[in-house]
Design a binder for this molecule. Structure first.
Ligand code: S5P
Length: 279
């Protein structure tokens, strides 16, 4: 049985990584494969959006360095919301430097990402040392890493042999790498004869129901295209849910989050061959 047709619960049970297991269990418990990307620049808006979408998500994705009034209290409140609504936190830091530098960027500075973010990500461009550096900080804390094997943007260079090498790098470091930011399933990519594949999670940005792009290179596909046709596991949605950060509206943010959650879950049920239960 391929990972494509396995349930989140089956995969959670068998997964060796604590971070991946926690995410898969959260997805199953909440019946949500939705990750909301909260790319707003004010602390109050950031926390408000997360409180609005909290009931509908398995994961909240942050870009902590875009917050203008960042302080330690923000991290504390984020952690309170994570417990209140039962979601994990993914800091989308896209590390891409030598091992020593990324270990410092991950553990230190103002943000101390490793202390609060269950999952983070890295570009494979520096080679395996980027994983070694991050693992030296994150592994003892039970954190998980995603590699950017592909990108959603027009003209992305993360294709072909670059993507294949990223998957091989992940397989060689599966005690810390739990999956990929990618546009499709990576099962079997670059797999050597006789080698067994690992259960990598595929988290996929570039998801939107109402538009095809943003005029700045972003490209959107629907949850069904992403989950059923491309076999990805988690949809990442930002502006499709919170809209214009200058005009946040609680009811609209909540109803969009619920809409994407249902679309994502129904697509998953279709993929594993179960009837739609939530439409
Ligand atoms: O290939 C990628 C990888 C990422 S992590 N394409 C992306 O768009 N992202 C991130 O997903 C991006 O940094 C942003 O935070 C989010 C997409 O936001 P949206 O508003 O376009 O849905």
């Amino acid at each position: 049985m391929s990972f494509y047709t396995k349930t989140y619960a089956q995969r959670a049970e068998a997964h060796p990584s604590p971070a991946a297991k926690q995410l898969l269990e959260t997805i199953e418990r909440k019946k949500s494969n939705l990750c909301v990307s909260v790319d707003v620049t004010r602390k109050a808006d950031f926390l408000a959006v997360i409180d609005f979408v909290g009931p509908f998500v398995c994961l909240v994705k942050t870009h902590i360095d875009i917050i203008e009034d960042f302080d330690h209290d923000l991290v504390e409140q984020l952690q309170v919301l994570s417990k209140k609504h039962d979601f994990l936190i993914f800091e989308d830091r896209k590390f891409a430097d030598i091992g020593n530098t990324v270990s410092l960027q991950y553990s230190s500075g103002v943000h101390k990402i490793a202390s609060w973010s269950h999952i983070t990500n890295a570009h494979p461009v520096p080679g395996p040392s980027v994983i070694t550096g991050l693992a030296s900080v994150g592994k003892p804390l039970g954190r998980g890493l995603l590699l950017l094997a592909e990108m959603s943007t027009k003209g992305s260079l993360a294709v072909g042999s670059y993507t294949e090498e990223a998957v091989k790098m992940a397989r060689a470091n599966k005690d810390f790498v739990i999956g990929f930011i990618a546009q499709r399933r990576m099962d079997g990519v670059g797999l050597a004869d006789g080698e067994e594949d690992a259960d990598f999670l595929i988290l996929t940005p570039g998801v939107g129901l109402d538009t095809k792009g943003d005029g700045m290179g972003q490209q959107y596909r629907t949850p069904r295209q992403v989950i059923v046709e491309s076999g990805c596991d988690v949809i990442i949605v930002g502006r499709g849910i919170y809209g214009n950060p200058k005009a946040l509206d609680r009811d609209s943010v909540r109803s969009q989050a619920e809409r994407y959650m249902k679309e994502g879950w129904n697509a998953y049920l279709e993929r594993i061959g179960k009837n739609n239960q939530t439409s």
